[in-house]
Design a protein around this ligand. Structure first.
Ligand code: FE
Length: 317
């Protein structure tokens, strides 16, 4: 792994930068570091069969990348063939983390053991805090012949694994949306980009999550907190990610794990490139996962299975 390039601002430039950041400028020598994240490695999504026979690709949660703290899983469904997904994801449990569904094309119909139901429509998202437990079904529906979306699992810290369940439905009109050059758009579900903020409530991992539809090769840069784990998944076209001169080309269907830094630079190589960008604070806690249960210890996993068998998963804790 190459060290990240660092542009160190010193002297008057640093004072000016500090003032921009809202710090009090002083005559003391200030050093503000701006570094762009490089691509540490890339990984294609792995073809996987899930639910009742849904064909999807798994980017995070596959043998080559078990997890990316605090991200546990990233799946992409992308198909124009109803046979590939029509049987959907019938009733199944979750405990100990959050599931995030992001639809680009098509819809996801959702129903749970506590009587909640909803429809996640194209360009919308749902942030579900499974917490102590939920049993739910997720049934994909195509729109104009196409289904395209993601599911991301975000871990919860030990102190919140058994918290009450909570849904935040994020309809397309609620997302922070900003125009990019040549008709491109950024849609912010969580965090900030281009002066707009996502509607997600405060979460323990302080996530950023957005889709970028890039329509020309103008570079796009955004800030990502330096302490956060970050990845980009390209869902259309090809994109150069990283500092100018040492960027990595990332193509459709590929996950790019990003290295250290506080900014990300992307430049599309096609006139219709799409990127799902995510970042969040790592938890640095033990992870014991058994399928849809993600806890800190083996005992907690056994308890989840026992609660599920007893029909009290959503009342556990
Ligand atoms: Fe689920």
């Amino acid at each position: 792994m190459k060290p990240a390039r660092r542009d160190i601002l010193t002297g008057s430039a640093a004072v000016a930068a500090a003032a921009l950041l809202g710090c009090r400028a002083s005559s003391a020598p200030a050093v503000v570091s701006v570094s762009q994240r490089r691509v540490l490695h890339t990984l294609p999504g792995m073809p996987t069969l899930e639910g009742a026979g849904v064909r999807l690709t798994r980017a995070i949660g596959q043998p080559a990348l078990r997890n990316l703290d605090p991200f546990i899983l990233l799946d992409r469904i992308h198909s124009d063939d109803p046979d590939a997904y029509a049987r959907g994801f019938p009733d199944h449990p979750h405990r100990g983390f959050e599931t995030v569904t992001v639809m680009l094309d098509g819809r996801m119909r959702h129903k749970d053991s506590r009587g909640n139901h909803g429809l996640i429509t194209g360009r919308g998202a749902q942030w579900m805090t499974a917490g102590r437990g939920i049993v739910h079904s997720e049934m994909p529906e195509q729109e104009q012949g196409m289904l395209h979306g993601f599911q991301l699992w975000v871990n919860l810290p030990a102190r919140e694994k058994m918290c009450p369940q909570y849904y935040q439905d994020l309809a397309p009109a609620q997302l922070g949306e900003a125009a990019l050059s040549a008709g491109g758009r950024v849609r912010v579900i969580a965090g900030h980009a281009n002066g707009v903020a996502g509607p997600l409530r405060d979460r323990p991992t302080e996530p950023s999550l957005m889709t970028l539809d890039l329509a020309d090769d103008a570079p796009f840069e955004l800030e990502v907190p330096a302490a956060h784990t970050a990845f980009a998944f390209v869902y259309a076209g090809s994109v150069d990610i990283g500092p100018e001169g040492s960027a990595t080309r990332v193509t459709d269907g590929t996950l790019a794990v990003l290295g250290e830094g506080n900014r990300v630079r992307l430049r599309a190589l096609d006139q219709a490139a799409g990127v799902l960008l995510a970042a969040a604070r790592p938890l640095h806690e033990s992870i014991v996962q058994h399928g849809p249960f993600v806890m800190n210890t083996e005992e907690e996993i056994q308890r989840a299975f026992a609660d599920y068998r007893a029909g009290v998963l959503d009342r556990g804790g």
